[in-house]
Structures are given as C-alpha cells and as structure tokens.
Write a protein of this length. Sequence first.
Lengths: 134, 237
Amino acid sequence: MGLPHRHLWLALALCAAGCASRPARPAGVQAGRRADEAEARTEAMSAELRQKQAALQQSFAELARAEAAAGLSGFSCAGATPASTPAPGLPRSGAPHLSFTFRQQAYQVPVNFSSPRSSGGWRIAPANCEVRPR
Amino acid sequence: MSPLPTRHVALSALLCVAVLGCALDPATRLRYAQQEQQRIAREMEGVDRQLQAQQAYLESLRNPGQAPRSFSMYYSPAALEQLASRLMPIRMPAREFHPQASGTIIIERLYDIRFVGPSKLTCKLFMRGENVGYTGSVPSSYAGQIRMFQQGVAAGVDVDLDVQLTLEGTTLGARAQATDTRLRANRGSRGESMLQSEMNKRALRASLLFDLNIPGSPLPPRHVVVTPNNLVVTYMQ
C-alpha cells in the first residue's frame, strides 16, 4: 500500500505547512490565547458538572437507607409530615395533588388519606391516589 | 486520481482539522467554547437544585425533629403504575408513530416502573397495532417485508422507556424516550429501529407536564426528590 501512504504523508505535510505558515500577528495571538482560556474554562466546568452528578448518584443510594430507617418506605401512596413541626392544613383528603393534560383531556389525581400513624419522628398517613378526568 | 488515495487525502485533511485545530480560527473556537459553557451552566443549575433538594431531604430524614414545617407526598413505583393503568388502553392514530402509517396503535399497559437515578425512571410499555397499514408507495420487492412488519405490530410490541424528570417552578416534566423496541412476532432489527426512532420523534416528542400545586394548600411544592423507593414531592414555604 505504498501509494496511499505517500498521499497520506503528503496531505499531513501540507496541513502542517499551512498551519505553520500562518502569520502570528499580535491580535491573532491574543485571540488564540482567549480561545485557549475559554476552552480550559469549559473543561473545568465539565469536570465540576461530572463531579456534582456523581455526588447526586451517591446520595440517591443513601436515600433508600435513610427512608427505610425512618419508616418511609414500603407503601404505595402516602403523605408524611414531621411530628414536631406538622404542616398546617395538610394532608388535605380529596384535594387533587397532581393535575395534567394528556391527549387533550385534563386529569386530576385526588388523594384520600387514612388516619396517620407515628414512625420515628414522622406522622405518616397512608393514602389512596386515583386518576380522574377533570 | 484513483479513489483510494483520494479517500486518504480527505482523511488526512480531517485529521489535520481535528488534531491540529488549524482550520478553526480563534474567534470560532471562542464562540464554540462560550456556547458550550452556557449549556453546561444551564445543566449545572438543574444539578445544583437537585443536590440542594436531595441534601435537604436527607437532612430531614436524619433529624426529623429539626425538619422545617413541611409536608411530603410519596408516590411509589406501584402507585405510579396504578395511576397509569387508569389511563389505559390508550388508542392513538398510527400516523402519530409514522407519517405514512394508517390504522390505530393501542397502548395496553405500562409496567415495571423503577427509579434508577436522581431524576430518572425506567418502565416498560406494551402496545399493539389494529388495522395498521402503510400508505406510501412500496416497491413490490419490499411488499413482503412491510406485510411481515404489519403482522409483527399487530401481534404486539414491547418497548423499554427511559423517563427523565425535570422540575420547572411547580411543574414536573416527564420526557420519555424508547431505548429498546421488540416485536412479538416477525422480529427484524430494521423495522424495530425505524419504529423506535419514529416513535421518539413523534409520539414521545413532548414531555408530560404535571402541576404539583394542591388547591387550597398554604404550602407550595418546593422540592421533588427521586429515591430508589419513592418519588417525593415536598411542600414547604
């Protein structure tokens, strides 16, 4: 494959020569430096984003253990409020907790709560969630 | 010049552009870098919000006695499956899946919901075609393949979905994308990948938007946290 390789090297040499022969004017050098700095900043931001995404993923696994320890798992639909600082006016049985439109039809998800029980520092009210057209 | 050397020269030129970067002038490189920074900054903002919500929830789980006045609503995968089941079956014109398809696609079931990441869930969907036809012109040599594909869609299609959740203000967005599509009969990778790609472009293009406000509640929705067990919506000042 002598011929193709010769062409390959020729093209590379032309490219390199083309780059090297560009005049290095002061304005061009300054613009090049600004571009280098911007690319370095982009790389730093990417690294920071990856690090934060990894932290999110790690906490995701921790949350399962923390919920289980607090008794906040193993139900279908439920409402919970801290026993020492309960939310005023909640839970509200019968009130829609989700509203959405799907294929031009509006829906609501009304929730009905049973009597709350205490677990850890929480008041947990098991609930029944339904979808109804609005 | 013979075709082989031409290809090599083109490849070399591409290499030159990619490796040496000499074809991109500094202004273009600067512009690309700034655009990329804006995209990362937007994504970072969402990740920061999620981290903040996750940490606040984790803290309240560990120290409920010091948790702020709040109310959290928990939806398990089973609860979401049950809610989805009330919308089934969903009948959609087949043209919403492919512009040259006729007939109806019926989504029968959405199941196996799993919370797999801080803002992501996966699920499976089963659908089937009813009187599905192709309205485009088909060369006679392909007619048999089209017929086989139609029969496959009629027998049923299993679809794996990735669903990305985003919170904008008090609205939770759920954007689904098909990641694997399998006909129950007459399997063929070309038809399956075409169906999946068209489905992602059309039927699954828009996010489903959920308003999280509880009418009459004094507390607005503040955080949404996905855990391996639950989708948790927290209401607080």
